[in-house]
Design a protein around this ligand. Structure first.
Ligand code: SF4
Length: 304
């Protein structure tokens, strides 16, 4: 079935003419919202792994992680080209010299054609972006900013430690450097209703960024959100609600934006709720089906 939105694989095929497989790496960095600079607790849904693979703690260098990831990608997809995805924590929250050390290792691996770097909007500056820009001449470079919501009241409620303005400043500083910009957004954040989430969609749609990752808010055991959930102060979205909201969110985005993700994929052993969040493939398929049934497509409600 042809996708009713511009997905990441299609974007990569447009550029490279073949499948490009993303390999997640863990650079062993941290985040100002965890190490005490802004707070020690982090975002209310984040645990101490910070979406990480823990590979760094197992003593694996970036190069070793990529070489290990390539084995699986070659076997499963016959992939010949790869994107190194710096996923865990904030991957620009270190010195420029250390960033260069990390990224150089990644691009030195055979078949690596690009970098995807996850970070926070308050962890970039001109010097860091100039370094990242230097890779964009020879490699595909995506910079992924965690935003989650365009509403400051929500960002404060989830203890993000940055505002929407910080995101605006970061993307303004990033544009014009040949770097693709992606934002992460979470649906189902505490205190947000559907209208607020759709406002975030409209703001993102007008922002000029190139890509988005949509996630469901799920409850990870041992987090502040887990406490709220167990105390009955947070209710998860139903799968039906989530599927329906993703369809509308996609409709509001411009047709050329790359939709890199439409739901998250939690570690089952850490997942408290909702239980359906553990069935990634099912939710993914339900979204495709709903888009078909509604004759919905990316850009349908984009007002330009
Ligand atoms: S910014 Fe990312 S790593 Fe830092 S606390 Fe929030 S979710 Fe965790």
């Amino acid at each position: 079935m042809k996708k009713r939105y511009r997905d990441y694989n299609a974007h990569l095929r447009e550029i490279f003419g073949q499948r490009v497989q993303k390999i997640a790496v863990d650079a062993g960095l941290t985040c100002p919202n965890r190490d005490g600079l802004l707070s020690t607790g982090g975002c209310i849904y984040c645990n101490e792994k910070g979406s990480g693979t823990q590979a760094f703690n197992r003593g694996l260098s970036i190069k070793e992680q990529i070489e290990a990831g390539k084995i699986g990608a070659i076997k499963k997809y016959k992939a010949k080209k790869f994107l190194a995805y710096f996923q865990s924590f904030s991957n620009t929250y270190t010195s420029c010299a250390h960033m260069k050390f990390l990224y150089d290792q990644a691009v030195s691996c055979d078949g690596v054609v690009g970098l995807a770097i996850g970070t926070r909007p308050d962890c970039v500056d001109d010097e860091k972006l100039t370094l990242i820009q230097s890779y964009a001449a020879d490699y595909l470079v995506w910079l992924e900013y965690g935003l989650q919501s365009a509403h400051d009241i929500t960002l404060s409620r989830i203890n993000r430690g940055h505002s929407y303005k910080d995101f605006e400043n970061a993307i303004a500083l990033t544009f014009g450097r040949g770097i693709y910009v992606c934002a992460h957004v979470i649906l189902g954040l505490p205190g947000e209703n559907r209208a607020m989430m759709m406002e975030t969609a409209d703001i993102i749609a007008q922002s000029g960024i190139h890509g988005i990752k949509l996630h469901l808010l799920y409850v990870v055991r041992g987090t502040a959100l887990d406490d709220l959930y167990l105390a009955g102060h947070y209710q998860c979205l139903s799968q039906e609600e989530y599927v329906d909201m993703v369809c509308e969110f996609i409709e509001r985005l411009p047709g050329n934006m790359v939709i890199q993700r439409i739901t998250g994929d939690p570690h089952i052993e850490e997942l408290r709720a909702p239980e359906w969040a553990g069935r990634y493939r099912e939710t993914f398929n339900l979204i495709q089906q709903a888009l078909e049934e509604k004759k919905s497509f990316q850009g349908k409600k984009f007002t330009g």
